[in-house]
Design a protein around this ligand. Structure first.
Ligand SMILES: NC(=O)C1=CN([C@@H]2O[C@H](COP(=O)(O)OP(=O)(O)OC[C@H]3O[C@@H](n4cnc5c(N)ncnc54)[C@H](OP(=O)(O)O)[C@@H]3O)[C@@H](O)[C@H]2O)C=CC1
Ligand SMILES: O=C(O)[C@@H]1CCC=N1
Length: 256
């Protein structure tokens, strides 16, 4: 399948890396564009994909088009494009199907929110339930995204909350890796080793939940021995409002 990417920044490159890793597309079948052509050519060369002059050229060359520009760029660009009855898959946060499809000429639309771990085939892709795509188009979409991510259909009313947990919270997890890493370095661990330990701990803890389905509180209790080491850290985090901070972070985005 020939795929196009309008916008070739962080999210587009993360998706492309996942597709290439799982051999879902070949570089020669990928067409990309961005605002700054010279920089785009350098990035495109790194992946072996085609750099196009503009978004319309991307559509001309592709069968399925991914829209990966910033939300504030949508209104100026999308209404000027002819999608030629091809499928548009938007990753733009804040643009529901109802809002985006009004701007799309001659093409069906699926609104999704992926997250950056899609680059290693471990992503989450939230898909808004409302779409005008045909069953064939939906099947093409699934063939691309299900090998690289957990595909979760969500109604429009819950898209924002789901995207905070799936797509914003990787940044929260990164803060945790960085902070644990700093603490490890403070006590003499090599920095790279400290980051690796923290990152693998997060992966394994998440995997344990997904595999066993235990309550997170029960998993925490299983680590805390009576009068042991871990409970000292847990009670310190409780006094500092660790859980409340995470809840407030979600609320801050939800209410923005
Ligand atoms: N980052 C993430 O984790 C996630 C992001 N998203 C969504 O993905 C979208 C992109 O975000 P992200 O990749 O982080 O942002 P970036 O800033 O990294 O990428 C935006 C891209 O859009 C390009 N661009 C700007 N104007 C145009 C134009 N007129 N025509 C073609 N390309 C253009 C930019 O070009 P140039 O580089 O030359 O400036 C850049 O390549 C956003 O809408 C965001 O909501 C969704 C889920 C997660
Ligand atoms: O921060 C953002 O706006 C984008 C959307 C989800 C993750 N990154």
């Amino acid at each position: 399948m020939k795929i196009g990417m309008i916008g070739f920044g962080n999210m587009a490159q993360a998706m492309l890396e996942g597709f290439l890793l799982k051999e879902l597309v070949e570089p020669k079948d990928v067409f990309v564009c961005a605002a700054h052509y010279d920089l785009l050519c350098l990035r495109a060369q790194q992946y072996g994909v085609h750099a196009c002059n503009d978004a319309q050229e991307v559509i001309d060359q592709s069968e399925l088009i991914l829209l990966a520009i910033k939300p504030y760029q949508v209104e100026a660009l999308v209404p000027s494009l002819d999608f030629q009855e091809k499928l548009l898959v938007s990753v733009v946060a804040g643009y529901s199907f109802e809002k985006l499809s009004k701007l799309v000429s001659h093409g069906n639309t699926i609104c999704i929110i992926p997250n950056t771990p899609i680059a290693i085939g471990e992503g989450i892709t939230l898909v808004e339930e409302e779409t005008n795509s045909t069953p064939e188009e939906l099947a093409s979409f699934m063939s691309l995204f299900s090998p690289v991510s957990l595909v979760q259909f969500v109604d429009e009313a819950h898209m924002k909350t789901a995207l905070i947990l799936a797509s914003c919270a990787p940044a929260f997890a990164d803060l945790m890796i960085e902070a644990l890493g700093d603490a490890g370095v403070e006590y003499g661990l090599d920095r790279k080793m400290a980051y690796t330990l923290a990152a693998k701990m997060l992966v394994g803890t998440g995997g344990l939940y997904l595999e066993k389905g235990l309550h997170p509180g029960a998993m925490k209790d299983a680590v805390c021995s009576p009068k042991g080491m871990t409970i000292k850290g847990v009670t310190t985090l409780e006094k500092r409002g660790f859980r409340a901070s995470l809840i407030e972070a979600v609320e801050a985005i939800e209410e923005s």
